[in-house]
Write a protein that binds this ligand. Structure first.
Ligand code: DOR
Ligand code: ZN
Ligand code: ZN
Length: 350
């Protein structure tokens, strides 16, 4: 049996408050424990949006009541995630893991510059969903064009800029070059961008997410970026929706797939067992790097135990998440999470 420091997912959607038919703090954190995670950071596309101490306290109350793993929420960058008026970074710092308008890109360069200045002043992280709404999301430039803009702003302001779910080869190269110049940038990608591409897409909501699955060349560039350290973190972008919302075919379904209960086995099987990356690199990207980069609590008594040798079939009907939509359903994989320990206490065991 293999064991290591438990995983930390810096990009999840737990949907509470506001969208509890999709997921709740309870079901989402149970899914985390089943996936080997003991720390998760939920994004702020909620109702109310956590953009003030008052609205954040609604989410925090649900966390305090129901969470079975450590939950460190994001606050939004702009009020209501509308991209116009900045939140009060000084007031919210210390109560959230970072700031993000995830779900939308910050369209205005001026707003992003002011956000980065405030973040630099307060020593907090801007985590950006990069998407230029003037281009189709299927155009890779929609992502990398905004990353290119933001890397300039990051160099100018000196803030810590973290790029969410990168999916294109140009994004990898831009971030690689910026890091070489000393820009204060980190980034994540998600398991699906490392293991699938547009050729795998079926007419099924299970393949619908934003950013979309790109080309095989993009997938290969992401693996190279993970190998050489350009990509720091693997985060799932666990984005549950109801069966109805995901049941309208590829074009008609809501964007987002669940991820926490499949991340390690899928990545271990496709990247480690195939010899593309080492097990140590995978554990670093899922456990130690997210803690270090986001300054998450040091939790040496959080462990995950994993069976690396017995194949099993992914069965979404067994998930703790309310979400069921995953492109990995039915895959035969290795790396089953057997036990998750938080603070020395077993929180999941098969
Ligand atoms: O696929 C996605 N789902 N991308 C996003 O940016 C948002 C997320 C969600 O909240 O469902
Ligand atoms: Zn996003
Ligand atoms: Zn997201």
């Amino acid at each position: 049996m293999f064991d290591c420091l438990s995983f930390a997912d810096v990009h999840v959607h737990l949907r509470e408050p506001g969208f509890t038919s999709k997921e709740t703090i309870l079901t989402g954190t149970r899914a985390a424990a089943r996936g080997g995670y003991t720390i998760v950071c939920p994004m702020p596309n909620l109702n109310p949006v956590p953009d003030s101490l008052e609205t954040l306290s609604v989410e925090q109350a649900a966390i305090d009541r129901d969470a079975v793993v450590r939950v460190l929420p994001y606050c939004s960058i702009t009020k209501g995630r509308k991209g116009l008026e900045l939140v009060d970074f000084a007031a919210l710092k210390g109560r959230c893991c970072a700031f993000s308008d995830d779900g939308s890109g910050v369209q205005s360069e001026d707003v992003m510059r002011e956000a980065m200045k405030a973040a630099a002043r307060e020593g907090v992280i801007i985590a950006a969903h990069c998407e230029d709404n003037s281009l189709p999301g299927t155009d890779p430039r929609s992502e990398w064009g905004q990353i290119q803009r933001d890397l300039e702003l990051c160099a100018e302001t000196g803030c810590h800029y973290h790029v969410c779910h990168i999916s294109t080869k140009e994004s990898v190269q831009l971030i690689r070059e910026a890091k070489a110049r000393g820009v204060n940038v980190t980034c994540e990608t998600a398991p699906h961008y490392l293991t699938l591409c547009a050729d795998d897409v079926l007419d099924d909501g299970r393949f619908r997410m934003n950013p979309p699955l790109r080309s095989a060349a993009d997938r290969e560039a992401l693996i190279e970026g993970l190998k050489d350290g350009t990509i720091d973190v693997i985060a799932t972008d666990h984005a549950p929706h109801t069966a109805a919302e995901k049941g309208r075919g590829f074009a008609g379904s809501a964007m987002g797939i669940i991820g926490m209960e499949t991340a390690f086995p899928v990545l271990y099987t496709k990247l480690v067992r195939s010899g593309r990356i080492s097990l140590e690199r995978l554990v670093e990207a899922m456990s130690t790097a997210p803690r270090r980069i986001f300054g998450l609590p040091d939790t040496p008594d959080d462990r995950v135990f994993i069976d690396l040798d017995t194949p099993f079939v992914i069965d979404s009907s067994s998930f703790a998440s309310k979400g069921r939509s995953t492109p990995f359903d039915g895959w035969t994989v290795y790396g089953r999470i057997v036990k998750t320990i938080m603070n020395g206490k077993t929180i999941f065991e098969i």
